[in-house]
Design a protein around this ligand. Structure first.
Ligand SMILES: Nc1ncnc2c1ncn2[C@@H]1O[C@H](COP(=O)(O)OP(=O)(O)OP(=O)(O)O)[C@@H](O)[C@H]1O
Ligand SMILES: [Mg+2]
Length: 345
């Protein structure tokens, strides 16, 4: 378990991190998202003390990293691997030699080192490239070398500072898949900072949003995607999910009040998981004798959970409509009346 308690980082008069509190469970994939300059790199570098916090505690498995001697810190750092946006490989060394680098100071036999390196190269899919130099590799292959080097000494934690930001979308997918495999097979806790919401959507289980050095929102990815509280997160979510109100709605003459008895009530429904398969609409029509038409529908997937969105109109007599609306309130879905339109529009 990793716990950050009241972390502050001050550069001169500038507060880069402001009272950060986070706790990350073993085996989790924890994403930290924020705009450029938000403090992401500073934060992740506090975890392995590449950037010691000005005040606060960094507990890794109960040990406060900020109180360790240089020697103890070197030992603890072996349990924390790190990967970077620009890979940081040694250009004069082959793939094999790059991966061997962290083992140079380890007291294990040559045979054991060789076996470990070959196993890791196999895991990241680079066995045929063992004697190539970084300049001969693609970006994705370079990041695979970075990952192999970061995990060759069996760390329990892997820190990723924008590891996919320099890669094209297809390669991003394959690197994220590799990180998922590593998390699953080796049980390594992964902490990844990113400004790309796709990365969070694809692999994180928990996410924290950082802005101006502060954590402004955190929770499970599924909860935060369905119910983002801050404008910052709403914008991030909007970048990967279909927008809340579709284009068509802006062409409709949506009124705030019902003006005529036969005006249509326009509603937005959003729901997740199994609810999607329930015949919500059919039962409204049948049970409450109202007319329902669907103006817009969309389905998104975040990892294995599906999210649906519907914009519908309801018409009928007022009593029936209000009963139908009350019924919707009892279902495990979010429903809101977003306005009214005239029946002839
Ligand atoms: N060594 C330093 N001295 C002074 N200010 C710094 C130092 N390192 C970072 N900062 C400032 O702290 C803030 C946070 O920087 P940080 O690198 O953590 O941001 P980031 O979220 O990683 O941004 P990016 O997405 O661009 O990498 C920035 O305003 C930056 O200018
Ligand atoms: Mg950064």
């Amino acid at each position: 378990m990793i716990e950050l308690k009241h972390i502050n980082k001050i550069y001169g008069h500038f507060k880069a991190l402001d009272d950060i509190n986070l706790s990350i469970e073993d085996g989790d994939i924890f994403g930290i998202i924020g705009q450029s300059g938000a403090g992401k790199s500073t934060l992740i570098r506090c975890i392995n003390m590449l950037e010691p916090p000005t005040t606060g505690e960094v507990l890794v498995n109960g040990k406060d990293m900020t109180t360790l001697s240089q020697r103890e810190l070197r030992e603890e750092r072996k349990k924390i691997g790190m990967i970077f946006q620009h890979f940081n490989l040694l250009s004069g060394r082959t793939v094999y030699e790059n991966v061997a680098f962290p083992l140079e100071l380890c007291h294990i036999s040559k045979e054991e080192k060789d076996k470990r390196i070959m196993d890791i190269l196999e895991l990241v899919g680079l066995t045929p490239y063992r004697d190539k130099y970084p300049a001969q590799l693609s970006g994705g292959q370079k990041q695979r070398v970075g990952i192999a080097r970061a995990i060759v000494s069996n760390p329990s934690v892997l820190l990723s500072d924008e590891a996919t930001s320099a890669l094209d979308p297809e390669t991003v997918k394959s690197i994220l898949q590799l990180l998922k495999d590593i998390n699953k097979k080796l049980g390594i806790t992964i902490i990844m900072i990113t400004h790309q919401m796709e990365v969070i959507k694809e692999i994180a289980r928990h996410v924290a949003v950082i802005e101006g050095g502060k954590i402004i929102e955190q929770g499970t990815v599924v909860d935060l995607f369905t119910n983002p509280q801050t404008e910052t997160l709403q914008n991030f979510v909007g970048s990967v999910m279909s927008s809340e109100y579709p284009e068509q709605l802006s062409h409709m003459n949506l009124q705030k009040e019902k003006k005529n008895p036969d005006d249509l009530t326009v509603m937005a429904l959003s729901f997740r998981g199994d609810v999607t398969n329930e015949p919500i609409i059919a039962s409204l029509i049948k049970k409450f004798n109202v007319d329902v038409s669907i103006l817009y529908g969309s389905i998104d997937y975040i990892q294995n959970v599906c999210f649906g969105k519907l914009i519908i109109t309801i018409s009928g007599n007022d009593g029936n409509i209000s009963e139908a609306l009350s019924h919707l309130q009892t279902l495990p879905i979010k429903s809101e009346v977003i306005g009214y339109v005239s029946n002839d529009d």
